[in-house]
Design a protein around this ligand. Structure first.
Ligand SMILES: [Mg+2]
Length: 236
């Protein structure tokens, strides 16, 4: 069947690294605080954390780290579960303190989409306990449907979190566009049948983003803004 052009109805955003700069000064700091509070010598510097980001999911990242630094599988899983709970509390505190900010250009992009009647949604594998206060604190109540890893435990690149947003909002995949910063995120969106634009950051600059419809320098890239303007005007 030939592709029939569908008007853009919605844009679905990833959170970590896409809407906000949360990895280096948010999650990494919270993980280190959790190590310290537990009396563990482990610490993640900026570069180490960048490498560990290839492991999706905070608890999985911790388990991988503990196993690769000599703990048994059982000990690694147990430690990861305990540390991740504590890390989530530190992340909530960082969010409350306002330590995590919008990426440059994000607010302007959201304004443009909203002004044009586009529904804004979120699909993240982050934990609702920090995602919700973060989105509310940084952006107010502009996101209509927010699906997190708390409701959908399958991590990206599994498309489940995007599929849940589509199911809840009744948008057809062709009428929505995803915005992601990483290879796992792009793969998840594309597997859910969505077009995806990529806005990589310093950590994901070298990711394989070949399946993205467009790879921009960031949310403030004029190329991205023009691309969205074309979609809003009904162009492909
Ligand atoms: Mg991300």
């Amino acid at each position: 069947m030939a592709d029939v052009p569908v008007a853009l109805e919605a844009v679905i955003f990833d959170v970590d690294g896409t809407l906000v700069d949360s990895e280096r000064d948010g999650h990494r700091v919270a993980f280190n605080a959790a190590f310290e509070a537990a009396g563990l010598p482990d610490r993640w510097d900026v570069e180490t954390y960048g490498q560990l980001l290839r492991v999706a999911g905070g608890e999985q990242r911790l388990a991988f780290w503990f196993e690769s630094t000599g703990r048994s599988r059982g000990e690694a899983l147990d430690l990861a579960q305990r540390l991740h709970r504590r890390k989530t509390q530190y992340m909530q505190a960082l969010v409350t303190e306002g330590a995590i900010q919008a990426r440059p250009g994000v607010r302007r992009l959201l304004d443009m989409l909203e002004t044009n009647g586009i529904a804004l949604h979120v699909a993240t594998t982050g934990t609702r306990a920090w995602v919700e206060p973060l989105l509310h604190g940084v952006f107010g109540s502009r996101f209509h449907t927010i699906v997190t890893g708390t409701e959908v435990p399958q991590l990206k690149p599994d498309p489940a979190v995007y599929e849940r947003v589509l199911q809840l909002t009744c948008h057809r995949p062709g009428a929505a566009i995803a915005v992601e910063d990483s290879a796992n995120g792009v793969r998840a969106a594309v597997a859910a049948g969505l077009r995806c634009v990529a806005v990589p950051n310093a950590y994901t600059r070298d990711d394989d983003l070949a399946r993205a419809t467009l790879v921009a320098d960031g949310p403030d890239d004029p190329v991205l803004v023009r691309w969205f303007q074309r979609q809003l005007a009904g162009g492909g």
